[in-house]
Design a binder for this molecule. Structure first.
Ligand code: ADP
Ligand code: MG
Length: 287
């Protein structure tokens, strides 16, 4: 395409809320055959809410919220909100640790407590009943976090995040254009699959640690795929830079926005469809 055609293409997309860094990015979009999506905040709204508490709710919330107070994770905000609604009093935790992609751990009233995924359950006691409940909740597309203290799981918190209203439509459009769609998430396989089914995503890669997201993109590229990655979080930055085209949500963290070649101002996946249409128009015309 001529420099003018490129400028027209990027200007036109900007008007539609699709900010494309430069002409090369616009060209690369035309070669994409696989679109990989982060789940939380990208496919979903990213504002999970507590739906169920297993165990003694006051105790479960007191421990979990006292720990999550120091975390910035969306699950932490949801737990803090619930504790506030239920007027649970918190204590200041000590020696707080954020365990990236797993949860949080700290001392609560002198004992080691944690809130997080099943990756934190090595040498922790959990009753058969809790395990069964966790499984049931995950099958309802709910993210389950385990709350434990002194090497024992004392409760579960189930949280639900819903897909953005436009996600399904955007995925349908992408599939119509022959693209493969993939979800890449740190969340549990069952939860991820349930949300993927809701929006029509072809393939799910779940239980991925934050530092492994870029590796998963590389694997697809090694199979000859031309990959766009769409994400919003701090931990999405390496995947955004590794992908052939990185697409960041405008609502995302600064580092995600800086790592993307495209930024979607409206935070909705229809922006990916728009980017493809404009790239196609710009580059197919000149052939
Ligand atoms: P995602 O890919 O959905 O953004 P993350 O990699 O941030 O997920 O987290 C993966 C999993 O680790 C979560 O589903 C949750 O089980 C657990 N986790 C991470 N941070 C926290 C936290 N602050 N509180 C509780 N659980 C957490
Ligand atoms: Mg996210």
């Amino acid at each position: 395409a001529t420099p003018t055609a490129l400028m027209v293409g990027t200007a036109r997309s900007a008007k539609m809320g699709v900010l494309i860094k430069n002409g090369e990015v616009l060209q690369e979009v035309n070669n994409i055959n696989t679109v990989v999506f982060d789940k939380t905040g990208t496919i979903t709204v990213g504002k999970p809410r507590v739906t169920d508490i297993v165990g003694n709710p006051q105790q479960v919330l007191a421990i979990s919220a006292s720990l999550e107070d120091a975390s910035e994770h969306p699950l932490a905000s949801a737990i803090m909100q619930k504790a506030k609604d239920e007027q649970v009093s918190l204590v200041k935790s000590q020696e707080f640790e954020a365990l990236e992609g797993k949860g949080v751990r700290a001392k609560y009233r002198g004992e080691i407590a944690f809130v997080g995924s099943d990756r934190l359950l090595a040498d922790i006691n959990i009753s058969r009943e809790m395990k069964v409940r966790a499984n049931e909740l995950q099958n309802e597309a709910k993210t389950v976090v385990y709350v434990g203290i002194d090497k024992e799981v004392i409760g579960l918190i189930a949280l639900q995040d819903v897909p953005k209203s436009s996600s399904k439509k955007a995925i349908t459009e992408l599939k119509k254009r022959g693209l493969q769609t993939v979800m890449l998430t740190g969340d549990n396989k069952k939860v991820a699959q349930a949300i993927a089914d809701e929006v029509g995503i072809n393939k799910v890669i779940a239980g991925v640690m934050p530092n492994e997201k870029a590796k998963e993109i590389k694997k697809l590229q090694d199979k000859g795929k031309k990959v766009a990655f769409v994400g919003d979080g701090i931990n999405d930055a390496p995947a955004l830079s590794t992908a052939d085209v990185g697409i960041a949500m405008g609502s995302g963290t600064d580092i995600a926005i800086d790592s993307g070649g495209i930024v979607l101002v409206q935070n909705d996946l229809l922006g990916v469809v728009r980017a493809l249409s404009i790239s196609k128009k710009t580059f197919d015309r000149i052939k």
